[in-house]
Design a protein. Structure first.
Length: 572
């Protein structure tokens, strides 16, 4: 089965490649690139339009150049430089007569001029377009160097200010600076050092200015949420300024391909990350504003939403930043996204946990399972919720460690939210000694009930204080009460106060607390002989004791509740 699937995939990919080749070979060739004459005309007209104030026409001139061997990352920048270099070489060679250029769709390449270091040639591309050849593009630097002593044969009446800065500047330089000592011309080395220095200075000036501006305005700002804003929150914009200057400078001095590729890629990546960093700081400002207002409300849902919104915005900024960097590097983002469809199944399987965690966080928000600061118990984990994120929730345990739980478990896990308790319970037993009289036991129980009614945090509508059992070494009184306290610390304080008041009450009533005791009785065996006739002399005495016990029980009930009298249910 795997072999069959692999074969089918191979056939489908082969078919796609074949269809793509057919599309390339059969697509229509633009009219302005269909012959050498049309290509030359397109190039000259575009460059003249730029000189007349239409700089966007540079794309028309770049279309006439065969830049397929130049890296896509620097193709746009190099295309502009090569277009101006080609125009300079043409103007210094001969006056252009478009009518003399062949207007043919097929045939041999057209050579405009030949030099010691190369030629300006227009040849037919595989897809039918006539373009200035790759050999021409590669030879242009040497051709320009060869023609450096010559002047332009074409009189420029207007538009000279639209010439690239490096061409105008180079024309004014003395010969020693135009000389190439190592890899680059001398003036380009100086220009690189100057651009680097200007970028660093601009970074420091921008960062210092923004620092002083934030620090000065923080004392005058009327919005309470922004009063504690860090003074260096706008620091990334200084890096952005430095990257922008380096980017502009590298484009101006028109470095060779290998140097341009290395430096420009580094600058583009740095500018992209500086932009992401700056956007992160703006998101932090927004989060600071939202968190301030969330802290002032009693609703705890916004305490969970604020960090979620902040992280969502940062993820969005990161995605936009990556797309921006990819676009600046001339990467085909659409093709990259489309290629994900080929591995859609694998991606879905890999993203299963991510989706589950996302739905887990949504479940926590919608169901209000818990909020930041709540004391929860999940499975065998107990602690206070510190932060609820998109993927995980952080819990601070009571021994001060931090546990990170994936949000997916909250979809099915049993969560015991101790922070949602309206009341906090105490269920304990107070042991009294067996020699405590019943009247004192009742008085003691009533005194504890009065403490409950008088304590400010006690729940007054539901409590129980009764003699509950006769223990092995004590008379056990059940104390079952609740506190209405906002947190655990207040509960502990009020519990201590209540228990100490019970001890004070017991001392005033002379009621002693029992502790576990054991009494050891030593019994000496004696031979008890029954009556010779087999009669039991104690039988009459036992009957008398039973009667006395019944009479005593009747008197006790009659004195306390009355005979045939059923007390009503307990009401608070």
């Amino acid at each position: 089965m795997k072999i069959i699937l692999s074969f089918l995939l191979f056939l489908s990919s082969f078919g796609l490649c074949f269809a793509a080749d057919q599309e390339i070979s059969t697509r229509d060739v633009p009219t302005y690139l269909s012959t050498p004459q049309q290509t030359f005309t397109r190039f000259i007209d575009s460059m003249d339009a730029i000189k007349n104030g239409q700089p966007y026409k540079i794309n028309g001139a770049i279309e006439t150049l065969d830049l397929s061997k130049i890296n896509k990352i620097i193709r746009a920048e190099r295309g502009q430089h090569l277009a101006w270099s080609l125009l300079e070489a043409i103007n210094k060679t001969q006056l252009i007569k478009l009518a003399s250029i062949p207007n043919k769709e097929q045939g041999l390449p057209y050579t405009f001029a030949s030099y010691q270091h190369g030629s300006i040639v227009i040849n037919r591309h595989q897809d039918g377009r006539w373009l200035f050849s790759q050999q021409t593009i590669n030879s242009l630097p040497d051709i320009i160097e060869e023609l450096s002593a010559k002047k332009s044969l074409k009189a420029e009446t207007t538009g000279s200010q639209y010439l690239p800065w490096h061409i105008q500047f180079k024309q004014q330089l003395p010969e020693p600076l135009r000389h190439r000592s190592f890899l680059l011309e001398n003036w380009k080395w100086l220009a690189i050092l100057l651009i680097i220095a200007i970028g660093i200075i601009a970074d420091k000036i921008t960062a210092y200015t923004l620092f002083r501006l934030v620090k000065k305005s923080s004392g005058k700002i009327t919005i309470e949420a922004f009063k504690n804003t860090p003074s260096d929150i706008l620091r990334p914009f200084g890096v952005m300024m430095m990257a922008a200057i380096w980017w502009l400078g590298l484009n101006i001095i028109a470095l060779p391909d290998h140097a341009m590729l290395i430096l420009l890629v580094a600058v583009k990546i740095m500018s992209g990350f500086a932009g992401i960093w700056g956007a992160y700081r703006l998101v932090d400002l927004l989060s600071q504003f939202m968190r301030y207002h969330a802290d002032r409300t009693e609703n705890k849902v916004d305490d969970v939403l604020v960090p979620l919104i902040s992280k969502t915005l940062k993820v969005f900024v990161t995605v936009i930043g990556i797309v921006f960097i990819a676009g600046n590097l001339n990467l085909n983002v659409s093709s990259l996204l489309a290629s994900l469809g080929l591995g859609g199944l694998a991606f879905a399987l890999a993203a299963k946990d991510v989706v589950q965690n996302l739905f887990g966080s949504i479940t926590v928000i919608l169901d209000r399972t818990f909020h930041t600061g709540d004391w929860i118990i999940v499975n065998d984990i107990e602690g206070s919720v510190e932060e609820v994120g998109l993927r995980s929730t952080r819990i601070r345990t009571f021994y001060d460690s931090q546990i990170t739980l994936p949000n997916a478990i909250f979809i099915t896990a049993k969560v015991d939210n101790m922070g949602k308790r309206r009341y906090r319970r105490l269920n304990c037993k107070i042991g009294l000694t067996y020699d405590t009289p019943p009247d004192k036991i009742e008085a003691f129980c009533e005194g504890v009930r009065e403490l409950i009614r008088l304590h400010p945090y006690m729940r007054k509508d539901y409590y129980h204080v009764y003699l509950n059992s006769l223990g092995a070494s004590s008379l056990d009184i059940l104390v079952y009460v609740f506190w209405e306290t906002p947190d655990w610390s207040t509960e502990l304080r009020e519990r201590q106060r209540f228990l100490l008041d019970i001890l004070r009450l017991a001392k005033q009533l002379n009621v002693e607390m029992a502790f576990p005791t054991q009494t050891l009785h030593l019994h000496t065996a004696q031979n008890d002989h029954a009556d010779e006739h087999g009669s039991n002399p104690a039988s009459a005495q036992f009957s008398e004791q039973l009667e006395v016990s019944r009479t005593a029980a009747k008197q006790i009930v009659e004195q306390n509740t009355g005979l045939n009298n059923r007390p009503p249910p307990v009401k608070f």
